[in-house]
Design a protein around this ligand. Structure first.
Ligand SMILES: C[S@@+](CC[C@H](N)C(=O)[O-])C[C@H]1O[C@@H](n2cnc3c(N)ncnc32)[C@H](O)[C@@H]1O
Length: 295
């Protein structure tokens, strides 16, 4: 299924991704449309560490070099520590030298908006449990060590390639989604991938930011979607496949689709299951039904 509005990739409209996160869709669109497409992209997120990382990667001053040196230093020190091994449990795991190193890095927060902070954040993201991002009430990163046998660190070449992308995008902003989508005009395209409605009481993963993303925020998002559709903007929105999603998005002019996507369910990237997700679009993509997501 092609979920991009027909002809958009080759056109001139601006692409907005206001809940950018790791940017799986935006990065895929750049893979297809090249850096020329990146120049038409406005990306945004409310997470200051994520935005600092992208801005650092795309910086043209010495920040990138300082970031790279700090990131590599974290990795080298980490890998020199003894691995506790996948078989270790309980107290043994707590004493794992790599766990101790992770905790000491996590505790020493560099100043906000610095290249050192970007390196700190990326190192923690690569070594923490399931690559999660979660903060406590005062905004401190509190995900524990992931005990990964082989953490996937980015290579210098990969980081340079990301640098090229982030130095090309039209705008990288930090803020609430509406701060950026209010700029969208007729013919532009906005893809919303917000924190999802909880599938169950225990699966509430909305603590990306200390303010959370509850029902009120979901309703605010639906209102913004309606406003954008009225303006003539192409809108695509994903969410969990729940009754609450269907009920709320029925208040918008989005056409509902269900797509099967693969999700990891544990720290082990191989244990993936296929789940259905909601994908609403303001333009026709495919007949309603179960589809493979192929943006
Ligand atoms: C489901 S994730 C997006 C995943 C992303 N599409 C990817 O490929 O990784 C949701 C993102 O929304 C961000 N977020 C949460 N509340 C927000 C808000 N009010 N405005 C903008 N971004 C927000 C979170 O920081 C998180 O990065």
């Amino acid at each position: 299924m092609n979920a991009v509005p027909e002809g958009f990739l080759e056109g001139r409209g601006t692409y907005y991704e206001p809940f950018f996160g790791a940017g799986a869709v935006g990065i895929e669109l750049i893979r297809r449309g090249g850096l020329k497409f990146a120049k038409r992209m406005r990306i945004n997120d409310i997470n200051p560490d994520l935005i600092n990382l992208y801005r650092t990667l795309g910086s043209s001053d010495g920040s990138f070099k300082l970031f790279l040196a700090t990131y590599e230093e974290h990795i080298v020190t980490h890998l020199k520590k003894k691995q506790c091994g996948a078989h270790c449990h309980g107290e043994e795991r707590k004493k794992c030298p790599r766990n101790t190193h992770f905790n000491s890095v996590r505790k020493h927060e560099p100043p906000l908006n610095s290249p050192e902070r970007a390196a700190w954040f990326l190192f923690l993201n690569r070594t923490c449990f399931n690559g999660l991002y979660r903060v406590n009430k005062s905004g401190g990163f509190n995900v524990p060590y992931g005990h990964l046998v082989k953490p996937k660190f980015f290579t210098t070449d990969e980081l340079l390639a990301y640098g090229e992308i982030f130095s090309s995008v039209k705008a990288i902003t930090l803020g609430d989604f509406t701060d950026v989508t209010r700029k969208a005009k007729s013919g532009d395209f906005v893809y919303f991938d917000p924190p999802y409605f909880a599938v169950s009481e225990t699966s509430n993963h909305t603590a990306y930011h200390q303010d959370g993303f509850g029902e009120e925020q979901q309703a605010r998002l639906a209102a913004e979607i309606s406003r954008l559709i009225d303006v003539g903007t192409f809108v695509l929105a994903s969410n969990s496949d729940t009754d609450a999603t269907t009920k709320l998005y029925k208040t918008t002019a989005l056409m509902p689709n269900k797509v099967a996507v693969r999700r990891s369910i544990s720290a082990n990237a191989d244990s993936r299951i296929e789940v259905l997700e909601y994908l609403g679009s303001s333009y026709p993509i495919t007949p309603l039904g179960q589809q493979q997501l192929d943006l």
